[in-house]
Ligand binder design. Structure first.
Ligand code: GLY
Ligand code: MN
Length: 461
């Protein structure tokens, strides 16, 4: 069968089976009391700081006439509200006694029937009012009418503009004119990030779902790759798998790079040609209930690794196994990265790609010629999630149960005179998503194939 026909037949089969499967299970949102619980925890900190807090939604970005970019809520705003619509404010005003007075106010756009003719139904003030733990919902247009009264008497204001520059500017102007306003103003994400760093069971379930969708979509595409011709065909088939399974979007733009393109860390074009003999690097992640997976797999386009490709692939895999092994509570998050550097540096010396004593080479950061990025980042609502590299003490974060991080070493060999040609254009990254547990870790993406044998077996015609 012609490769194109094979792809179409496979996709049609997948569509038919998938439609049956998806009609059996309806996607569930995160429970709304999860957001009330998060706010209650954050309100406690605000109470201690004598602070009130303001969070604004993400802006709507215009693409061109009458067309906007798809909207996605600001992650901090979503974290505290679950609200997915634009133009809203969350105002937190902790009271001395939480039983009395208004602690949680939302300002949202009212429903406008004329607009819903175009957009379909949207949630409005009534819908915000019935969210668990919301004391009062107001019209977004009345925010500055109520602001002065609600934030009166607090020493500190903690604020997130949600990256909305129009709101930021307007707010600064209005805030100046409030007579009894908080004297200290501080941005909110530096406070909220320590909560976002530790995932609840609901968050872990959402991440697991995003990872499972990514796994299923990737695994069904691997056997098709030897019959495809372009990077974008692989991208389309994977993203189709995400959409068909109910993911709301990708957590980040898919990276699908073949041959030389696999050596660009965040390759963007995805229009290159698939040539038998080259490697294909796929760095992809579905988003589920706003939580993103982040998985990288590298496969031989022909279905079989060459001996040079196998050597580099196995080295990256060994570095990844060794790094994952060290993910446990009480360890600095830098330790797995340092272990990956050790394994990769020694391996590159064994293969003749670096010359010298591995300890000296690590000191000189010689590995950076081939491994030029970090091994981990936090994962959650954002693919590079909130948390930062250091804790409040200015030292690298110590891993704690509930943290989720990626482990993604790589080796990228570009054409250069001082490297034997047989290694040129080999780019390999292997990435899994790892939860820190009380006793060690759980690889949430454990079952996605990654050994040479697993990949080659899956890709056999
Ligand atoms: N998935 C892209 C990255 O981790 O940077
Ligand atoms: Mn990543």
């Amino acid at each position: 069968m012609l490769p194109q026909i094979k792809l179409i037949v496979t996709l049609v089969l997948v569509l038919v089976c998938g439609t049956t499967a998806s009609s059996m299970s309806k996607k569930e949102n995160l429970p709304s009391d999860e957001f009330a619980r998060r706010r209650a925890v954050f309100l406690e900190e605000l109470r201690e700081l004598d602070a009130c807090a303001i969070f604004h939604t993400a802006p709507q970005y215009q693409r061109n006439h009458d067309v906007e970019f798809p909207y996605r809520q600001d992650s901090d705003f979503f974290y505290l509200t679950g609200w997915t619509q634009m133009q809203g404010v969350l105002l937190l005003t902790p009271q001395e006694n939480s039983e009395n007075g208004e602690e949680v106010s939302m300002f949202v756009l009212p429903r406008i029937p004329k607009r819903e003719v175009w957009t379909g139904p949207k949630a409005g003030i009534d819908e915000a009012m019935v969210l668990p733990g919301i004391d009062q919902a107001y019209d977004y247009g009345d925010f500055y009418t109520h602001l002065g009264k609600l934030i009166k008497g607090y020493e500190r204001l903690v604020i997130s503009h949600g990256s909305d520059l129009v709101f930021e500017h307007e707010f600064e102007e209005n805030f100046k004119s409030i007579r009894s306003r908080p004297s200290i103003v501080q941005e909110a994400s530096s406070l909220l990030k320590s909560y976002r760093l530790i995932k609840s069971d609901h968050e872990i379930n959402a991440l697991q779902k995003a990872i499972d969708v990514t796994h299923q979509s990737l695994e069904e595409v691997l056997p098709l790759i030897p019959g495809l011709s372009f990077e974008y065909e692989v991208q389309a088939a994977i993203e189709y798998g995400f959409a068909r399974r109910g993911a709301e979007r990708m957590g980040f733009p898919s990276i699908v790079g073949a041959g030389k393109n696999a050596t660009y860390l965040h390759y963007e074009d995805n229009h290159g040609t698939l040539l038998a003999g080259d490697l294909l690097l796929m760095d992809i992640g579905a988003e589920w209930n706003y939580y993103s997976a982040d998985i990288s797999r590298t496969v031989p386009i022909s279905g079989k690794f060459s001996s040079e490709q196998s050597a580099i692939y196995q080295l990256v895999l060994d570095a990844q196994y060794a790094a994952i092994e060290l993910v446990k509570p009480g360890t600095s998050w830098r330790i797995p990265h340092e272990r990956a550097i050790e394994v990769i540096t020694s391996g590159l010396v064994d293969l003749g790609l670096l010359e010298g004593d591995p300890t000296d080479l690590i000191q000189e950061k010689a590995y950076r010629k081939f491994f030029m990025h970090g091994t981990s980042h936090w994962l959650g609502l954002d693919v590079h999630d909130a948390g930062g590299w250091v804790g409040d003490d200015g030292k690298p974060h110590i891993l704690k149960p509930g943290m989720v991080l990626t482990v993604e070493p790589g080796i990228y060999i570009i054409e250069s005179e001082d490297v034997d040609q047989k290694w040129w254009n080999i780019g390999v990254r292997i990435e899994d998503d790892v939860l820190v547990t009380p006793k060690g870790h759980r690889v949430l993406s454990q079952s996605i194939p990654k050994t040479i044998q697993e990949i080659e077996t899956l890709m056999q015609p």
